[in-house]
Design a protein around this ligand. Structure first.
Ligand code: MSP
Length: 525
C-alpha cells in the first residue's frame, strides 16, 4: 500500500522557445524527486507540459506563416520528445490547448466571475510587451521604464479588461506567509515576495482584447483569458479539478494539493502570490511549497538569446553522448542552482564532478569491492560473521544515519544534501578499504574470515548508497543491481536500506560503472 500521495509540478514551458538547459534542469530535478518518492513507496504524480497560448505564439506563427495551433503542435511535440530523451518520468504532459484544459479554465473563470472575484473594469499601466506583463508604478520606475528582459521600452497601455480582485487577498496572503514559513523556498525568495507584498496588492487584469490566440472569457467573445491565468490553472486542470464529472478528476483528485511546485525565480510572483490568491478565491487548498530555484549561467555569463550562449539541446546531447545520461542528471542535481545563487554550467566543472564523484568515488569503490570479492571469494557474496574487521566503523548505525539524512534532505527538496549523504557512505567504504587493507590480509589464509567480513561490509554499504542514488543515476544503479544480484527496487526504500539485507552467497560480478574520460579540450570537445 502506498504510504502517501505526493505531487510535484514543473512550470509549463512556452512553445515559442526551443528546449534548453533551463527546461531540462527543472524537469530533471523534479524527476529525481519523483523517482525517489516512488522508490520510497509513495504514490507520486509528476506533472509537466507546455504553455501554448498568448500573443507571442500568435506573432511567431504569423511570422512563420502557420497557424498558432500548428506552431504549438510542433513545438510542444519537441518538448515531449525531449522528455523522452532524458528519460523523464512525468505522469502527465499537459498542453494548454487541450480541450480538457480549455473547458476547465473557462469553468474556473466562470466560478470567479460568479463569486465577484473577477469583474469587468478599465486598466491603465506600464506593459512589457515581450513578457506580456504589466508592471506596477514602483517596478516600472525601478527598471527605468525599460524591460529588464528584452531591453525594449515599457508601453503605456489602457484596456478594458476583466480583473482578478487580488487586493482582497492581501491579509490572507500575509497570514499565509506568516503561518507557513516554508510556503516559498528558499528563504531569500520568500523575503523578496514578502517585501513586495508589503507594498500592497492591486487587482490584476486577467483578460486581453488585442489578440485572439487564447481561451475565451465565458460569455465575452472579445476577451481572451490572460495567458498566465490560463497557464497557472494547468496545475489543477491536469487533475480534473475544474470538471468534477471527468475521468481525470475521478482518478486524480487525491493529488491536490501539490507537495512541491518547482519553478525558476523569474516567475515567482505569479506562483507565490497570484496563484495562491486564485486558489483561495476558488476555495481550494494551497500547495505545500513553491520552490523557486535560481538560474544556470553558462561559462560565467548569463545565458541570453542575444549572446547566443544558451546551453541548448545540441550541447546537452553532446554531454550525454560523452558522459552518459546519468552523469548529466548527477551534475544537474548536485551542482545546480537550487538555492538562492546562480550556478555556472562549465565544461570543466562538469568533467571534474564526473571524475571526482562518479569515476573516482562511486565507480571506483564498486569496482574495487566487486573485484576483491571476485578474487578472494570466487565472486560470491561472503558472510559477515560479525567479528571485528578493524577500521573502527559502526556500519549499521553509520549507514542508518546517512539513510535518514538522505531521505530527510530529499523531503526538503535538498537534492544535493540527499546525494551527499549517500556519497558519504561510499567515501567511508573507500577509507575502510584503505584502513583495513583486505588485499594484504588476503595473502594469509588465517585472515579469510576477516577478509570476508570486510568485503561483505563494503559491498553492503555500496548497495545501500546505490539504493539512495537510484533516483539520480537510475541506469547505473540498475546495472549494479544486475551484476550484484540485487533484484528490482522493492518500493520500500527505507527497509531496503537497512543494514544486512545483502544476502550472503549471492553472485557478485565485477562492475565497471563509469569509464574514466579525458578532460575535454578545445580540440577534442
Ligand atoms: N510558461 C511560463 C511558465 C508558466 S507556469 C504556470 C514560462 N515558461 S518558460 O518556457 O519560459 O520556462 C521558464 C522556466 O524554465 C523557468 O521557470 C525555469 O524553470 C526554467 N529556466 C529557464 N531558464 C533557466 C535558466 N537559465 N536556469 C534554470 N532554469 C531556467 O515561464
Amino acid at each position: 500500500m502506498p504510504s502517501a500521495t505526493r505531487t510535484i509540478t514543473t512550470p509549463i514551458y512556452y512553445v515559442n522557445d526551443r528546449p534548453h538547459i533551463g527546461h531540462v534542469y527543472t524537469t530533471t530535478i523534479c524527476d529525481v524527486w519523483a523517482r525517489f518518492m516512488r522508490l520510497m513507496g509513495d504514490d507520486v504524480f509528476f506533472l509537466t507540459g507546455t504553455d501554448e497560448h498568448g500573443q507571442k505564439v500568435e506573432q511567431s506563427a504569423q511570422a512563420k506563416g502557420v497557424t498558432p495551433q500548428a506552431l504549438a503542435d510542433e513545438n510542444s511535440a519537441e518538448f515531449r520528445r525531449v522528455m523522452g530523451m532524458f528519460d523523464l518520468t512525468n505522469d502527465e504532459f499537459i498542453r494548454t490547448t487541450d480541450p480538457r484544459h480549455e473547458s476547465q479554465v473557462q469553468s474556473l473563470v466562470k466560478r470567479l466571475m460568479d463569486s465577484g472575484d473577477v469583474y469587468l473594469g478599465t486598466f491603465e499601466g506600464w506593459y512589457d510587451a515581450g513578457q506580456e506583463e504589466y508592471y506596477t508604478e514602483t517596478k516600472a520606475r525601478e527598471v527605468g521604464h525599460v524591460s529588464p528582459i528584452s531591453g525594449q521600452p515599457l508601453e503605456r497601455a489602457t484596456e478594458e479588461n476583466y480583473y482578478f480582485r487580488l487586493s482582497h487577498f492581501q491579509d490572507r496572503l500575509e497570514a499565509l506567509f506568516a503561518e507557513q514559513p516554508d510556503f516559498v523556498c528558499p528563504e531569500a525568495r520568500r523575503n523578496e515576495v514578502l517585501g513586495r507584498l508589503r507594498e500592497g496588492l492591486q487587482d490584476v487584469p486577467i483578460s486581453r482584447t488585442n489578440f485572439a490566440w487564447g481561451i475565451g472569457v465565458p460569455d465575452s467573445p472579445d476577451h481572451v483569458i490572460y495567458v498566465w491565468i490560463d497557464a497557472l490553472f494547468n496545475y489543477i486542470t491536469a487533475l480534473g479539478m475544474g470538471a468534477p464529472e471527468s475521468d481525470w478528476f475521478a482518478t486524480r483528485k487525491q493529488y491536490w494539493p501539490a507537495t512541491v511546485q518547482v519553478i525558476g525565480k523569474e516567475i515567482l510572483w505569479f506562483h507565490a502570490v497570484i496563484w495562491p490568491a486564485l486558489l483561495m478565491a476558488l476555495g481550494l487548498p494551497l500547495p505545500k511549497c513553491v520552490y523557486a530555484h535560481s538560474f544556470w549561467i553558462s561559462e560565467g555569463q548569463k545565458m541570453s538569446k542575444s549572446l547566443g550562449n544558451f546551453i541548448d539541446l545540441e550541447q546537452l546531447t553532446q554531454y550525454i553522448d560523452r558522459y552518459g545520461r546519468d552523469a548529466l542528471r548527477y551534475f544537474l542535481a548536485t551542482q545546480g542552482p537550487l538555492g538562492a545563487t546562480d550556478s555556472d554550467f562549465s565544461r570543466s566543472q562538469f568533467h571534474e564532478t564526473y571524475t571526482t564523484d562518479l569515476v573516482n568515488t562511486l565507480g571506483n569503490c564498486a569496482s574495487r569491492t566487486s573485484a576483491m570479492i571476485g578474487k578472494y571469494c570466487e565472486g560470491i557474496c561472503p558472510t559477515d560473521t560479525g567479528a571485528c574487521a578493524g577500521g573502527g566503523v559502526e556500519w549499521a548505525t553509520f549507514t542508518e544515519d546517512q539513510v535518514n539524512q538522505s531521505i530527510a534532505s530529499m523531503e526538503r527538496f535538498d537534492l544535493a544534501g540527499s546525494i551527499a549523504a549517500a556519497m558519504s557512505i561510499v567515501r567511508q567504504v573507500d577509507a575502510f578499504i584503505n584502513d583495513t587493507a583486505p588485499f594484504k590480509l588476503a595473502k594469509d589464509p588465517a585472515h579469510t574470515e576477516t577478509v570476508g567480513n570486510i568485503l561483505y561490509r563494503c559491498a553492503e554499504a555500496v548497495r545501500i548508497a546505490a539504493c539512495l542514488l537510484e533516483a539520480v543515476i537510475p541506469e547505473h544503479v540498475s546495472q549494479l543491481r544486475e551484476a550484484w544480484s540485487l533484484g528490482d527496487p522493492s518500493g520500500e526504500l527505507r527497509t531496503e536500506c537497512q543494514w544486512g539485507r545483502l544476502p550472503t552467497g549471492s553472485k557478485i560480478d565485477k562492475v565497471a560503472l563509469f569509464p574514466r574520460l579525458e578532460a575535454e579540450t578545445a580540440s577534442n570537445a
